[in-house]
Write a protein that binds this ligand. Structure first.
Ligand SMILES: NC(=O)c1ccc[n+]([C@@H]2O[C@H](COP(=O)([O-])OP(=O)(O)OC[C@H]3O[C@@H](n4cnc5c(N)ncnc54)[C@H](OP(=O)(O)O)[C@@H]3O)[C@@H](O)[C@H]2O)c1
Length: 279
């Protein structure tokens, strides 16, 4: 009985120790990133937030500060490898980062009748969704491994599980994030660094609002942030929600390809092309 109680106390102590105090979030100026910042914001938490829109970013920081957190902002484009490395290095030197969430992302896709994506839009989404995530985590791998602690979370998507005919480039970037995250998780496990892949379904955000489609089981950004936070705290390798949509996407991977393609062709979806371009 006593041993059991002691074991429980040890577990709670270990959990408390694992709770991230210094948290970096990209794409904190809107949607899921903003909701995550607010989900974590409380006294004792130091948030390092980045995005491009100064006003919206500052708005997130002010709301986080009002909840008692320390919040610093940096107006950056995740494509800028040098600037990202400098900022992340400086934050990590000041207050070692316990948790980094590579969240910043855009979407682009096809409207009904449109066959091909603009190559410039495709390159922009690859640079933001994939290279931007690499620019976020690469500077942290060595310092976190040296400390033998730290967590990295990638925001993937259910659209990364099986290619969808409405958004080829978006699906490709998210599938790449899934593969990278899985690889990194296995590689860093022995160094004490945990990696979580977040796989959201439809979350009500400006990104999601731009898509015209049926959006089964869409949830508010605050609910998504709570699920992500809980999954990260439990050090889950994969945090996928809603479960039914995640399982359906998994099923779409194993069912005969022609049947799945045919079903997908019958679903009306319109996704605007991004205006983002690489310089
Ligand atoms: N909403 C969904 O249903 C859903 C589902 C699955 C996965 N996701 C993923 O969740 C992540 C967040 O999306 P969201 O729905 O919250 O979209 P959102 O509301 O449009 O927010 C996107 C965030 O990413 C930032 N961002 C975009 N491009 C950037 C760049 N080049 N440099 C720096 N920051 C950049 C934006 O900053 P600025 O506005 O300041 O540029 C903004 O803060 C994305 O990776 C998305 O793919 C979303």
């Amino acid at each position: 009985m006593l041993a059991k109680r002691r074991c429980g106390a040890n577990l709670s102590a270990a959990r408390a120790k694992m709770q991230a105090k210094s948290i970096l979030i990209t794409g904190a100026s809107s949607g899921i990133g903003r909701a995550l910042a607010l989900a974590y914001a409380r006294p004792g938490i130091s948030l390092s937030l980045t995005g491009r829109d100064r006003e919206r970013l500052q708005d997130t920081a002010s709301a986080a500060q009002a909840q008692g957190a320390e919040a610093a902002t940096a107006q950056l484009d995740v494509r800028d490898q040098k600037a990202m490395a400098q900022w992340i290095g400086a934050v990590d030197a000041r207050r070692p980062i316990d948790l980094a969430i590579a969240n910043a992302g855009i979407t682009t896709g096809l409207r009904p009748g449109q066959l091909a994506e603009d190559p410039a839009a495709v390159r922009a989404i690859v640079a933001i969704n994939l290279i931007g995530a690499l620019n976020t985590v690469e500077p942290l791998i060595a310092p976190m491994c040296a400390r033998r602690r730290g967590q990295i979370a990638f925001i993937g998507s259910i659209a990364g599980i099986r290619g969808l005919p409405y958004a080829p480039a978006y699906c490709a970037t998210k599938a790449a994030i899934h593969a990278y995250s899985e690889s990194l998780r296995g590689r860093l496990a022995a160094s004490g660094v945990k990696v979580s892949l977040i796989i959201p379904g439809f979350v009500k955000t400006p990104l999601n609002d731009s898509i015209t489609a049926i959006k089964p089981l869409e949830i508010p950004d605050a609910q998504a942030a709570a699920l992500i936070k809980r999954g990260i705290e439990k050090e889950r390798p994969v945090v996928a929600f809603p479960k039914s949509l995640y399982l359906l996407a998994g099923l779409a991977r194993i069912l005969p390809v022609r049947i799945v393609d045919k079903v997908m062709r019958c679903i009306a979806v319109s996704i605007p092309q991004t205006a983002e371009r690489n310089d």
